[in-house]
Design a binder for this molecule. Structure first.
Ligand code: HEM
Length: 220
């Protein structure tokens, strides 16, 4: 129970739920890159939805991770602010930077993005959505994604969200290792670099999809 009440316990739960969501971000990026293989994205989506109970179990798990991560994130930030009011700059974080100072804001923006993204490509209720089937009778995810990102403003929203994701994970990944106590004075600089590189890979990898569509590299 200490895990749910103590500051350290709640930080550990945030770290674990955070890293599990990072694993999802890795898998989702790998899946999405199938858009660059002809017919790849539709085949991938079809396989993904082949076992609905598994899909729903996975969604429930992800939702639980998200709720725990967000609620504890808000709670710990409020407690931290109450303990260190602004203007009393003694207990500032060591080596703070834009990314580490704005975790609550980048986190809340990501929550907003995830809400929009699910309404967009999962629930498919935004006005830009084009729904149909391909020549093999599969749901045409490829045409849906390409049609949406052909709107400059939608591509811009996604690339901006990927910059926010980059800022959140640049600090978040290294923070996971520190919270778990898996870093030392020697390993920390390496962990910080690896975290930043992984965050850049997500930024470039995800952004490459809207950018490829806007520039005509990918088209219907
Ligand atoms: C260019 C970037 C992205 C593209 C093209 C993309 C594409 C998609 C598509 C097509 C779906 C619907 C899958 C289906 O129902 O068949 C989906 C679902 C989803 N995506 Fe993304 N995605 C992108 C970025 C992201 C990022 C950065 C995150 C997380 C921070 C994310 C989180 C999710 C979630 C949580 C779902 C719902 C999964 C479900 O249906 O249960 N996506 N995405």
């Amino acid at each position: 129970m200490q895990l749910l009440t103590s500051t350290v316990g709640r930080k550990i739960l945030m770290a674990i739920t955070g890293i599990l969501m990072v694993l999802f971000v890795v898998v989702h990026l790998l899946g999405n890159t199938s858009i660059f293989i002809p017919g790849g994205l539709n085949a991938y989506a079809e396989h993904l939805h082949a076992l609905p109970p598994l899909v729903w179990a996975f969604r429930l798990a992800m939702l639980t991770f998200l709720v725990v991560h967000v609620l504890y994130g808000i709670q710990l930030t409020l407690e931290n602010n109450a303990a260190n009011p602004k203007g009393y700059a003694v207990k500032r974080q060591l080596k703070a930077n834009f990314s580490s100072e704005n975790m609550i804001w980048t986190g809340l923006l990501l929550l907003l993005f995830i809400g929009y993204h699910i309404l967009h490509f999962t629930v498919r209720v935004t006005p830009d959505i084009v729904q149909g089937v391909d020549s093999l009778g599969r749901f045409d995810v490829f045409t849906m994604v390409v049609s949406s990102f052909s709107h400059g403003i939608i591509s811009l929203i996604y690339v901006a969200a990927m910059v926010v994701l980059f800022l959140h994970l640049k600090h978040g990944i290294q923070s996971f290792f520190q919270t778990m106590g898996w870093s030392s004075d020697r390993s920390l600089p390496v962990i910080v670099k690896v975290g930043a590189v992984v965050a850049v890979i997500f930024l470039i990898g995800y952004s490459s999809i809207p950018v490829s569509i806007l520039t005509g590299i990918l088209s219907k």
